[in-house]
Design a protein around this ligand. Sequence first.
Ligand code: FAD
Ligand code: SF4
Length: 513
Amino acid sequence: MKRYTTIRLVLGDQLNRKHSWYSEKSESTLYILMECRSETDYVQHHLQKVVGFFMAMRSFGAWLKEQGHEVYYIRLDEPGNQQSIPANIQLILAATGARRFEYQLPDEYRLDKQLRQLTAELGLSYGIFDTEHFFSTRDEAAALFKGKKTWLMESFYRQMRRKHRVLMEGSEPVGDRWNYDAENRQSVPAGTRFPEPPLPTHDATEFIALLEAQGVKTLGSMAKQQLHWPINPPEAQTLLTFFIEEMLPQFGAYQDAMTQEHRFLFHSRLSFALNLKLISPQEVVEAAEKAWRRHPSRYPLAAVEGFIRQILGWREYMRGIYWAHVPGYYHMNFFEHDRPLPSWFWTGETKMNCLKHAITQSLETAYAHHIQRLMITGNFALLAGVHPDEVDAWYLGIYIDAVEWVEITNTRGMSQFADGGIVGSKPYVSSANYIDKMSDYCKGCAYKKQVKIGPGACPFNSLYWDFHARHREKLEKNPRIGMVYRTWDKMGQEQQEALRRQAAHYLQNIDAL
Ligand code: FAD
Ligand code: SF4
């Protein structure tokens, strides 16, 4: 192998073409990218997720070469691939004689730890660089909330708006309000037209054959072996442009809505491109703000603010939570839940229409939007008392955008309240009422949304009350939940017992629901 003085590692979610590393060329620096079993196997991933990562990595490797950089790309089936990132790095260092190793800060604790250990063992000179992607640093949220008991997303978000001058007029928020959430919770009227973005099409035949030949176990499917996700910056830009032009005006109003008519509604589908750093959060936020400033009559401020809040607020805040709480976060289980995930989470074969729809869609597209994840699958898992490890593994595997820092904080934190309230101020649970209000799932369901007890009763109804009864000690002092217990206490003992018997029956037969 050719001799180099420096080896630079590029991880699969560090595909930022605008990183300052690439502004200068050096023949003595070798960039390395690698496909490894350690990454395909730490959880069972969706087929589209593994293929999407490999395609994006290969596209990045090819781009680097075109720019005149020295690149060594290790494919999954390459002879000599050690199938582990640190082991491959050691081999390459030895083969090239390089005396310096450089990498960008990984976004995952596991890899961060592995690379720190490796640099300590190597005894070579090394350099660690920022990924130049996020608005905030790893520890910015921790610094802001130092000494505070609660870490309010809203406070962090306002700080980000001020600091990065997003939707600001001097020192005040535009429109004199920080938050338009209350205007953003509508269901979609029948007959709504949903725009269809110009999605890319990538033939995945070669990749599927590779995974099969190597025995990589995946879940989910990919229709006609064609991948419809962006794998490079131009494709991500096309998706962003279409979103801004055709979808952003409606994004806010229908952000929480769900319908059987359409899988994506007015959601941007940018999370995969963002998480692999094919596009930056700054580009996305700027595009949304610019559209509103140019055409305020076309873009409701509530929609633009609602969208920006997801990226400048939630996404950055979740990253801050992750770095402040890992590795302890992995083991949090506030409710001490211990049930396995029902078997139909892996097939979609349940009579509950809402779950059938959200799970089948996830298996087929590696995507569900936020409220499907939070208020359908997450809601059910929490009400049923599923162990957060099981819930985490499912979410980390099934979604194309699932990288741990943003998956675990949303799943274990926001959705399962397993962190006891670090992310959310109360558990996100609901009975059929909310699901019916925000979706058309209940129409045509085998269960009856308004029935709580007896034949055909919607499982969400009794499970909702049973969850609160089971966890009264942990929840009743929460000021945001007190009302639930007042309603429960007003029910007669007979009604309470009937609800709990119904829930117990459903939980005993959970795989048959
Ligand atoms: P849009 O609705 O168009 O939103 C725009 C962008 O905002 C997203 O692309 C995303 O980058 C960001 N965003 C929105 N909500 C959140 C949030 N709660 N936290 C962080 N960023 C947010 N997102 C992931 O990227 N990876 C995950 O593994 C992931 N797991 C989740 C698990 C659960 C249980 C829940 C409730 C949410 C999860 N989310 C995750 C957040 C959110 O559901 C997805 O980011 C979003 O659905 C992606 O679709 P989109 O790009 O069309 O988003
Ligand atoms: Fe889901 Fe219950 Fe509605 Fe059926 S009736 S779709 S199970 S909420």
